[in-house]
Write a protein that binds this ligand. Structure first.
Ligand code: WT7
Length: 651
């Protein structure tokens, strides 16, 4: 578990309470009590009432068919997600409302009204059709945070193609793995994207990935990379690579939206699990959009004139549900920013909030802890009075960071919504409602109306301290793991009967509030990014010097967790500082820089049980400088003593 018990005991003594501000109670976008009442009376009718707020080409016949672990929502209903995010808003005054406000890292800006976005998406959808992409085909999107990322997702949704967005920080190898697992037909990338004043060479990475992506027939390239553009221009492979702007210029700007079944797949998103291979989480159309829509509206208290900013990258599920689908389905104005929070200086985010009049701001605890470390002077330099609601997601937030967020960013007036959910849940599951819920720093509070979440022990009995569990199917739940139904069953549905196991530990307090403690499996949460320990281990053992590797999470003040790797070397190899750096870079090149171990410890042996299982718990104790726990089951207890002595020596 990523948080140790000691820190949780402190949480239980957390007695600060923040009631919802009066303005929120008075003008809330939803009537929370009504939602709770309707959800408890008839859960399916309640979810259907949310779905009715969307546009359907044909109504559903049955709200839910539950054949565990397979759920179908809004069975028989027909709709299109892009139609709901765009066409639906063209009827009235939202037509000319700003859909996307965008700022590049160098300071360049663009914006799209709903009608302009509709046109761009339609043109690109036609272009994709022209490349032979049809309903059910897979398209990989490997882009920086530019408007074309949202356009590409919506264009896929419009024609019924399944998108698989790959975070731009992933390596060519990770990109190729995802292309191959999904058997993608088209890859959409850019010449580059800006990050901390440098251009990330996305097209060069894509070219490397293409060396082993046999299913990909075409590569569409968005022009973005400044000085890189010319080099990329020279290396466009004829017959395979096409410039996005050429395609869109030539395409018709009207494109009828494909009629999709509620249960047709909208997207695949790869996420790390407990094996060496990421899994493709599958989300479908009707239920997913319904819950993304409902939670965006209720949890962010979305009002017509809000300017909403979620700082996530579209490469993660947060970007899917809360930059693109949830907000656009609600007709919101969404700010998108391409670059780093500390470029050109540490005030960049606050400058953006001030300049665009951001009213709703959604970010991750790791970012909040970094801002806190950088000092109050940065937010204090800007006028943040437009902010009215703050959100957080991705990992447990420590009360200290929560309080700082409230006081320094939110001027003590903005409610904070700490939202627990996952790639697999598709949308928020446990969260306060800002006009209703009294908040406590560090608690995600209660399940969203219509979500049945609780805490169970190993045997499936209710407890106040154990595993988080979701006991009924919910509209935006994952439907399967792409191409691996067995893994879907084994990972999420084998712990208890017909109950979903998210992989998190949790506690319940005397007010029935839930406190999420972090992962209980071999999944790390590094700066809000999910990384499997096995993935990093597999990468490490591919290096010719490595004999064996064990990876654990190590508490980190800003990132929450950092990666610590224990490595045994092959005969004749020396554990030098150079090799340490080489191994870190090697992991970066295999997976992406987010997976680089912060600490590499060379050791002659790894602590193992007599049956040969590596005891990661002991390694974690060592990495975090704690007294090592019970070693009686070790095959050779001296291994730990040697490791610990070695670690203490290094300091
Ligand atoms: C894991 C899911 C959901 C989008 C971002 C991450 C942790 C997420 C919270 C929260 C405590 C949280 C859990 C979860 N997590 N939100 N508010 N409080 N923990 O998506 O990569 O699928 O990771 O993030 O451990 O299982 P993800």
């Amino acid at each position: 578990m990523s948080s140790d018990a000691g820190s949780f005991d402190d949480l239980l003594h957390e007695d600060r309470r923040f009631p919802p501000p009066a303005e929120f109670v008075a003008q809330a976008a939803v009537d929370a009590e009504d939602l709770h009442r309707r959800a408890s009376e008839d859960r399916e009718a309640y979810w259907a009432s949310w779905a009715e707020e969307l546009d359907w080409f044909e109504p559903w016949e049955t709200v839910l068919e539950w054949d565990p672990p397979f759920a179908q929502w809004f069975v028989g209903g027909k709709l299109n997600v892009a139609h709901n995010c765009l066409d639906r808003h063209l009827r009235g005054s939202r037509r000319d409302k700003t859909a996307i406000l965008w700022e590049g890292e160098p300071g360049d800006t663009r914006s799209f009204t709903y009608s302009e976005l509709h046109k761009e998406v339609s043109a690109f959808a036609n272009a994709l059709r022209g490349l032979g992409v049809g309903k059910g085909d897979r398209v990989t999107i490997y882009l920086p945070m530019i408007p074309e990322a949202a356009v590409a997702m919506l264009a896929c949704a419009r024609i019924g193609a399944i998108h698989s967005v790959v975070f731009g920080g992933f390596s060519p190898e990770s990109l190729a793995d995802r292309n191959n697992d999904a058997e993608a037909k088209v890859l959409i990338t850019a010449d580059g994207g800006w990050r901390r004043g440098k251009v990330v060479p996305l097209k060069a990475n894509a070219d490397k990935a293409m060396e082993r992506s046999p299913t990909v027939e075409s590569v569409v390239v968005v022009r973005r990379g400044g000085e890189l553009s010319q080099q990329v221009d020279a290396r466009m492979k004829s017959g395979r690579d096409l410039w996005y702007h050429h395609l869109v210029e030539e395409a018709r700007p009207e494109c009828p939206a494909e009629v999709m079944d509620a249960e047709d797949i909208l997207y695949i998103l790869y996420t790390s699990g407990t094996t060496g291979k990421p899994k493709g989480v599958v989300h479908t159309t009707g239920g997913y959009l319904t819950q993304a829509y409902a939670t965006t509206r209720a949890v962010f208290d979305l009002q017509e004139d809000d300017v909403y900013w979620c700082t996530a990258d579209v490469g993660w599920v947060t970007g899917h549900s809360y930059i693109v689908y949830g907000p656009l389905a609600n007709g919101a104005t969404v700010l998108m920013y391409e670059g780093a929070p500390d470029h050109p200086d540490r005030g960049r985010f606050w400058e953006l909030c001030q300049n665009y009049g951001v009213s709703i701001f959604y970010t991750a605890p790791t970012a909040i802890r970094a801002f806190m470390r950088w000092g109050d002077q940065w937010p204090e330099r800007y006028d943040l009075s437009s902010l009215r609601l703050l959100g957080t997601v991705g990992e447990p937030i420590n009360p200290e960071a929560w309080m700082w967020y409230r006081e320094v960013v939110g001027g003590e007036r903005c409610p904070i919504v700490d939202t627990w959910w996952q790639t697999e849940t598709g949308a928020m599951m446990i969260t306060p409602l800002p006009g209703h819920t009294e908040t406590k720093p560090g608690s995600a509070t209660r399940p969203f109306p219509g979500i049945d979440a609780t805490i169970l022990d190993e045997d499936g009995d209710e407890t106040s301290s154990g595993y988080l569990a979701v006991t009924s199917p919910w509209p935006s739940m994952l439907r399967t793991v792409w191409g691996d139904e067995e893994r879907f069953r084994a990972t999420y549905w084998s712990k208890w009967d017909d109950v979903y196991f998210p992989g998190d530990g949790a506690k319940r307090d005397e007010d029935d509030y839930l406190w999420i403690l972090g992962r209980v499996d071999d999944v790390l949460n590094v700066a809000g990014h999910r990384i499997g320990t096995m993935e990093v281990e597999s990468a490490l053992v591919e290096h010719p010097a490595t004999a064996e590797a064990a990876v654990v999470g190590k508490k980190h003040d800003i990132k929450g967790e950092a990666i610590a790797a224990f490595v045994t070397l092959k005969e004749g190899r020396q554990g030098t500082d150079d090799l340490m750096q080489e191994l870190r870079d090697f992991v970066g090149s295999k997976i992406g820089s987010i997976a680089k171990p912060e600490m590499v410890v060379f050791t002659a042996d790894l602590p193992k049980t007599r049956s040969g299982k590596i005891m990661r718990r002991l390694l974690k104790d060592i990495a975090e400088g704690r007294t090592v726990g019970d070693t009686t089951t070790l095959a050779d207890p001296a291994v730990v003593q040697r490791l610990q002595a070695q670690h203490e020596e290094k300091g």
